[in-house]
Design a protein around this ligand. Structure first.
Ligand SMILES: [Zn+2]
Length: 236
């Protein structure tokens, strides 16, 4: 009954393949919302096991799953909700060496990781195969979301040429849930053929003040990952 949906949009979701990198704080709401919406094919990828410290936010997992692979725990929760979804569970760390094998021909990549080594591997493959990626990140009471699909938008390396330092990130569970839900909405909009709202923008949600702002972002012509595309698109 939503405007612009109908059977056609629902069929598009059913035929879609989504690769979810990370089934933790962001991956839990992303995966849950895509499963609820009726996305037909979902790959869950995470090389971690469930730890008690995850349980304040990673709601696909519970106390009984402590020590279990996150992908297996997530699969159990999600398949109980929608058994029509065709799931793949991959308990591996994403690297530039295995990205092709793991991601394949997904229609969209959901960046729900907490480290830039993995994110850059995703980004590299996404740019190479022209697969759009929805980037999500959280820090404390702040969440960020952007839709990346060069050459139409920047890639992740245009926005972050270098890895920020690795650190333990404090976060409120509801912040990851809200931010992951925004990522899911953005992906669903794209998959049904609507214009992604966060192309060439990064949404910065400050949940402590409930202030949401959008910053315009643009491509870096010298980007080591997508700069080549820039040269091609300007010569056309
Ligand atoms: Zn780039």
């Amino acid at each position: 009954m939503l405007d612009g949906w109908g059977d056609a949009a629902q069929e598009k979701l059913k035929d879609s393949k989504v690769f979810i990198a990370g089934v933790g704080g962001l991956g839990s709401p992303v995966a849950m919302n895509l499963v609820l919406a009726g996305v037909g094919h979902i790959t869950l990828c995470d090389d971690d096991t469930v730890d008690v410290s995850n349980l304040n936010r990673q709601f696909l997992h519970g106390e009984k799953s402590i020590g279990v692979d996150k992908t297996h725990s997530a699969l159990k929760t999600l398949s109980a909700i929608n058994s029509d979804v065709d799931f793949d569970a991959v308990s591996q760390k994403i690297t530039s060496g295995n990205a092709r094998e793991l991601i394949g021909d997904a229609d969209i990549i959901m960046d729900c990781l907490d480290n830039f080594a993995g994110r850059f591997a995703l980004n590299q493959y996404a740019v190479e195969k022209a697969i759009p990626m929805v980037h999500g990140a959280v820090w404390g009471m702040e969440g960020r979301v952007s839709f990346l699909n060069p050459p139409l938008t920047p890639c992740l390396a245009c926005l972050f040429p270098e890895s920020p330092p690795l650190e333990n990130i404090p976060v409120l569970g509801a912040v990851t849930t809200a931010t992951g839900s925004l990522q899911a909405i953005e992906a669903i909009q794209y998959l049904i053929g609507s214009k992604p709202a966060l192309a060439n923008k990064i949404l910065i949600a400050d949940y402590s003040s409930m202030r949401f702002q959008e910053l315009e972002v643009s491509r870096n012509d010298d980007c080591l990952v997508c700069g080549q595309l820039s040269a091609l698109s300007t010569s056309e």
